[in-house]
Ligand binder design. Structure first.
Ligand code: DAH
Length: 349
């Protein structure tokens, strides 16, 4: 076959085959351009219509129009089919199995140190103390000098730390080695009487092992007023020990030394595991050391402008990790810092 009629029939056949064979909507768009676009054989034939013999034009025009209609019908039929399969493929890909078990979320819980700090503060709140706080980056003056430790005082070596600004002098900044500077900040801010506890994080240049951590927590206590005695200190610590460790708990004071107290004592609580007989938990001694304490040194009272002839007081500072380890029989201090959920889950309320 020759001539425009034959070429139109051939173009129609090719176009229908391409449209029906399209495998995707994108492929179908390509077939549509090839069949009906400006460069398509049928478009070419249509442009040549003007130069055909006048008698042939109506017949040829009809053939071209019919071909176009046939292609358009095939295009829309194929489009519908492809749309349906592409939609169901998308649905299949995004399918949600509502019968799968849900992802449960673990409820959070306070860290054991936070729990213990809260409990300790509550006990002292019951004795009439309020909670005070101070910065973790302290100055040399607050951390040492005001606490009766002048620059070359040998006791400073008991509290080696990291200096933020190592230039020296009273304004040099460092990571506080104890919560005792909060005593100073509180007394500078108010006249006596003072009854505060100060919870917080402290830092030491210590190795990280089963019983030491370079970061740990303390609870400081301070009571200053008229006629406060060492007997008041002992009675307060006794009440504290019974509230935290149970009615059988007793405390023992051993003479010790701190520059900011005179006299000073180490405070032991009776071992809750063995009741004082001696066991592995207390190193066979029957007692566990939990804090330092003493009567506030007159130089400390003077440093904040209090008159040691008129007021006196006691202070104490306890290690919160130690107390938590005793209370919950935690064998290694590192467990309190590793954030292992298998351990922390024990403290879920
Ligand atoms: N600040 C001392 C320390 O970190 C603990 C301490 C001892 C605090 C005696 C006191 C105190 O308030 O009176 O080792």
């Amino acid at each position: 076959m020759e001539g425009p009629g034959a070429r139109a029939a051939e173009a129609l056949r090719d176009a229908l085959a391409a449209v029906r064979g399209a495998r995707s909507l994108a492929g179908l768009r390509e077939a549509e351009i090839a069949a009906l676009g400006r460069k398509a054989p049928l478009s070419l034939l249509k442009r040549q219509l003007g130069s055909a013999p006048p008698a042939d034009r109506p017949g040829m025009g009809r053939i071209l129009n019919e071909a176009r209609e046939a292609i358009e019908a095939a295009l829309s039929a194929r489009r519908e089919e492809l749309e349906a399969t592409e939609e169901s493929a998308a649905l299949e890909a995004e399918r949600v199995d509502v019968t799968l078990p849900g992802r449960s979320r673990l409820p959070g819980s306070p860290h054991p140190i936070a729990l213990m700090l809260e409990r300790l503060c509550e006990v002292f709140a019951g004795l009439g103390y309020r909670v005070a706080e101070g910065p973790e980056v302290e100055t040399d003056w607050y951390n040492f000098e005001s606490l009766n430790m002048p620059p070359d005082h040998p006791a400073r070596s008991m509290w080696d730390t990291l200096y933020v600004d190592p230039s020296g002098g009273r304004d040099a900044t460092l990571l506080r080695t104890h919560t005792s500077p909060v005593q100073i900040r509180t007394m500078l801010a108010q006249p006596p009487p003072v009854f505060i506890v100060a919870p917080g994080r402290v830092y030491r240049r210590d190795a990280f092992d089963a019983s030491h951590s370079p970061v740990f927590h303390q609870l400081e206590g301070l009571a200053v007023g008229r006629g406060i005695t060492f007997g008041d200190l002992k009675g307060t610590l006794d009440a504290f020990a019974k509230a935290v460790f149970g009615p059988e708990a007793a405390v023992r004071l051993r003479p010790s030394y701190f520059p900011f107290t005179e006299p000073s004592a180490e405070v032991d609580v009776i071992c809750v595991t063995c009741g004082g007989r001696g066991c592995a938990a207390c190193g066979r001694s029957g007692w566990i050391e939990i804090m330092g304490a003493g009567m506030v040194h007159p130089n400390v009272l003077r440093a904040v402008g209090y008159n040691p002839e008129r007021v006196s007081g006691f202070a104490f500072g306890m290690g919160v990790e130690r107390i938590a380890m005793r209370a919950w029989e935690i064998p290694d201090i590192r467990m309190l810092f590793e954030n292992d959920l298998r351990f922390l889950a024990r403290f879920r309320g």
